[in-house]
Design a protein around this ligand. Sequence first.
Ligand code: Q9C
Ligand code: ZN
Length: 341
Amino acid sequence: MKTVFSPLHSRRAVKTELDGGILIAPHEKPSRAETILARVKAQALGEVLEPEEFGLDPVKRVHSEDYVAFLESCWADWIAADKPGEAIPAVWCGRGMRARVPKDIDGRLGYYSFAAETSISDGTWEAARASANVALTAQKLVAGGERAAFALCRPPGHHAHADLFGGYCFFNNAAIVAQAFRDQGAEQVAILDVDFHHGNGTQAIFYDRSDVLTISLHGDPDLVFPHFLGFEDETGEGEGEGFNLNLVYPPGTPYAIWSQGLETACERIAGFRPDALVVALGVDTFEDDPISFFKLRSEDYLSLGRRLGALGLPTVFTMEGGYDVEAIGVNAVNVMQGFDA
Ligand code: Q9C
Ligand code: ZN
């Protein structure tokens, strides 16, 4: 399987993540992508390509014009306002308040976000753009006849809504890929999100649509991020009713249980008969992940890959979360090797 990777991911190198009332060194850090790339090369998974430039049009098929413009100028606007640290949202449109876009950068940071752990600094825009180009290059490979491709995206994407950043995500790479397949003539596309966290952005983007089936397996949002979406009674609305599926699991869930949800998801996908599959691949389901509570082991990722491969669909993998940097290379590449086997 070919891998798409951009060295520009390293431009996303914030110093801060708001966690527990202090600013910590971010979990979502550059070494994540480097360690996965190193494993891709060590295992000779396949060719590693740099992304093509697709411009902003395919991004704006998913994200609003004003949100994209906000991200592009955010850091410059923050600096122009003489702020001493990194850009961190600290005020939101709470219930009963007015959802209008303020002029001030503090107001706009709140308007365009849903969480405060995701700081913005110099280079975030460039890295997020490169990450979308990585995803779109993988999509082009698969649209061109490759069975599958691995988009080694960083920053990740699945938490990003059409006009909200958060959860370390800015552009929803998986959604951009699914929309690109649709725009190139695919009738139906499925997105399967196996990151530990609910793919809230992906769900929201396609919630009223029946052409893109969204399925997410994740930790119970009653207990873990993103807290305000991802429950099992969210099944889609309007045209999209029945085309969103959330499979929620408690702390301590091992592969023996999690894989039952995977089986349910795969059977639903097979019945949907999509023209293409996008897998939002987080490996923060790992037993030693520092911010998650599932108990998958490294060999389980081979099984996951094999089950996905058995679907027999043209497949794009977009890299999402996974924070045990020691293990994420093995775990992510195990999925690809299981898929290819
Ligand atoms: N104490 C992805 O996996 N909350 N995003 C972290 C840590 C945010 C995860 C709390 C988690 C976001 C792509
Ligand atoms: Zn995650």
